[in-house]
Structure formats: C-alpha cells, structure tokens
Design a protein around this ligand. Structure first.
Ligand SMILES: Nc1ncnc2c1ncn2[C@@H]1O[C@H](COP(=O)(O)OP(=O)(O)O)[C@@H](O)[C@H]1O
Ligand SMILES: [Mg+2]
Length: 335
C-alpha cells in the first residue's frame, strides 16, 4: 500500500511542523515513510533551491522561477517520490505542485493553463492522493514567519499573500475530494490530531490492488467460519465503557457514532464480529455495561423500495440498556 500526501499553505502556517509530526507518527505505527520537501529533497533539487532563494538573484524572472521549481520537482518525482510509492511507502511532501498554481498562478498572475502543462511535464502527471491545506489568515502566517514584525511589510505583500490564500481556496473547490482544509490557527497538537484522523481514513479507504485481491472459495466448507454480527445500539454514555470491556476480552468491533438518520442522535452503534461460541460472552458484556438508557429506542423502519433488501432476518433481543440485533454471517478465509 502506498500513499502520497502533500502539505500546502502559506509560509508560517505550520506545514513543516505538521509534516514532521505526521511522519513520526506513521513511522511509530510501523509504516515506511519518506518525508521530503520542495524545492529540494535531491542533490540537484537542493542546488536549484539555492538558486531560487539566493539574494544574489534578485533579477530572476517569474517564468524563470517557475521553471526552476519545476526542474527541482521533476527530479524529486523521478528520484524520490515514484520509487518510494512503487516500493509501497508513504510519501509526505512539504509543498508540491499546488504551490506553483497558488503562488506563481494566483499570486503573480501567470497563466494557470501554462503552469498546469509545465507541471504535468515535470511530474509525468503524478498527483497526490491527499493534500492538507493548512489555512491561516495572511497576517498569522506572516507574523509567525517574521516573528511579529508584520509592520515591516507593505500593503503589496499583504495583497499578494491574500491572492495566494484565495488561490488555494480555488484549488480546494476544484478538487474537494483530494484536499483536506485544516484550520492552522489552533494549537499544534489539535491540528496534528485532526490530520491523523484524516490519514487513518485514507489508509483504510485504499482500494484493493487487483494483484493482491483475495479470492474466496464459496463452494467448499474449507476456510469457512460461522460467525455472528452483533449490532448493539447503545447510549453514548455507555459506549466507551462497552468498547473498553470488549477490547479487554479480545473481541473485534467497530464503533459508529450515530448522528441521526433512522437511529436516534446520542446513541452509538457498535458492530461486533464474533465466532458463534463466543456470542454469549459478548451479549453478557453488553448487558453488564449498558445501563444508562431507560427508554427502549427502536430503529425506525428504513425507507424501502420494492425489491430492496434490508438487514436480512435480524433477531432482536433486548440486552440491558441496549438494543441488539444479531445476524448470521460467515467468514471466508482467502486462499
Ligand atoms: N499551530 C501553531 N501555533 C503556533 N505556532 C506555530 C504553529 N505551527 C507552527 N508554528 C510555529 O510557526 C513557525 C512556522 O512553522 P512551520 O512549521 O515552519 O511553517 P511552514 O513550514 O508552513 O512555513 C515555527 O516557528 C513554528 O514553531
Ligand atoms: Mg516550512
């Protein structure tokens, strides 16, 4: 499994801080992670970075700057990012192609289509799976970068950075499925927790690689295991006690917080997959831990079209303060 994650946003928004914390977190969880930055990240790229940043190069044309950034990008994509992704690693990149569109495109007014074409050429079309846009008001970013000396900045700077910020928002609107907007004005830890939650989702939403797609033999008894799937609809106040007790006994579950729909808000739904012989134990744990709710909450019948199938033959039992459905399922081992 591979994942290409980029961080975007103005200078001072916290990209480098957050990218580093995320890389540490993912490594601690056992993932192979490559953390890199643009421009740079390769021997050639670091030299290009020096040319871009050097105060000797004050006369640099905007077009020259774009091409230098793109040159460094071509190098890092070919040398670092593609090989890492091919090896199944997670790549975390501090700035990538969106920076060109935001800064040189929206900020400086260069032609967006031309920038997209140059970027495609440099990257071979490699786009991130997930991009965190760490958004802060222009003044906040500038103040963090300048350590408070914002009054040194003239109005031109402010207007340019405002165009860049608005430009990022245009990019987000054009590709909402790729971008995650993060409010960068909060504490570093709060931001990082947000980012980790999104990554968790992305890691679990990975499409199954066709080559690794498991196959199942539905025709033989071999590799089959009769299971029960338990839906426990519980009061929110009981949910964490119940999950802790299930975890302690080694049961596998997923907790879904109910936000309305055909279940009532304030409830949680806990799905527990369990071998038949352990069902009694699970129901006992539910009963012992679900005491808060006094009123019996029945899920409303779902809206159905003729021919639709919904929760095939659930068996409903009342266990303590929870509403519990138990379904027969089978687990198939892949071979
Ligand atoms: N959420 C935050 N709150 C306050 N200060 C922050 C926060 N995130 C980063 N900083 C500080 O702001 C400065 C710029 O952060 P950095 O991560 O280098 O931003 P970027 O890479 O986006 O330019 C650093 O001094 C950093 O410690
Ligand atoms: Mg940085």
């Amino acid at each position: 499994m591979s994942l290409f994650i980029t961080f975007e946003g103005p200078d001072g928004c916290g990209k480098t801080t957050q990218a580093r914390l995320l890389a540490e977190h993912l490594r601690a969880r056992g993932y192979a992670v490559v953390l890199t930055r643009e421009p740079g990240g390769t021997t050639i790229g670091e030299q290009v970075r020096e040319v871009i940043l050097s105060t000797r190069n004050r006369t640099m044309r905007n077009e020259t700057e774009v091409l230098l950034f793109s040159a460094a990008r071509a190098q890092i994509v070919a040398e670092v990012i593609r090989p890492a992704l091919a090896a199944g690693k997670i790549v975390v990149c501090d700035r990538y192609a969106d920076s060109t569109l935001a800064y040189q495109g929206y900020g400086l007014g260069l032609d967006l289509d031309a920038l997209r074409a140059i970027t495609r050429f440099a990257t071979g079309g490699l786009a991130p799976d997930l991009t965190f846009f760490v958004d802060v008001p222009v003044e906040v970013g500038l103040a963090r970068r300048q350590r408070g000396e914002t009054n040194r900045l003239d109005q031109k700077d402010i207007e340019y950075h405002t165009r860049v910020r608005n430009g990022y928002w245009e990019l987000v609107r054009a590709e909402p499925q790729r971008f995650v907007v993060i409010d960068g004005t909060r504490a570093i830890d709060a931001i990082q927790n947000d980012i980790r939650a999104h990554i968790e989702r992305a890691l679990h939403a990975q499409p199954v690689d066709a080559a690794h797609k498991p196959t199942y033999n539905l025709d033989t008894e071999e590799g089959r295991c009769k299971m029960k799937l338990v839906f426990a609809i519980v009061h929110n106040d009981d949910a964490s006690k119940l999950t802790a007790a299930l975890r302690e006994k080694g049961h596998h579950f997923t907790l879904i917080s109910t936000t309305g729909g055909f279940l009532r808000e304030g409830n949680s739904t806990i799905l527990i997959g369990v071998e038949e012989e352990k069902l009694e134990d699970v129901l006992h744990i539910v009963k012992a831990n679900c005491i808060t709710r006094t009123r019996y909450v029945n899920p409303m019948p779902p809206v159905m079209e003729p021919g639709e199938l919904y929760l095939a033959q659930p068996v409903e039992v009342q266990v303590g303060g929870a509403t519990v459905f138990v379904m027969d399922v089978e687990r198939f081992e892949k071979f």
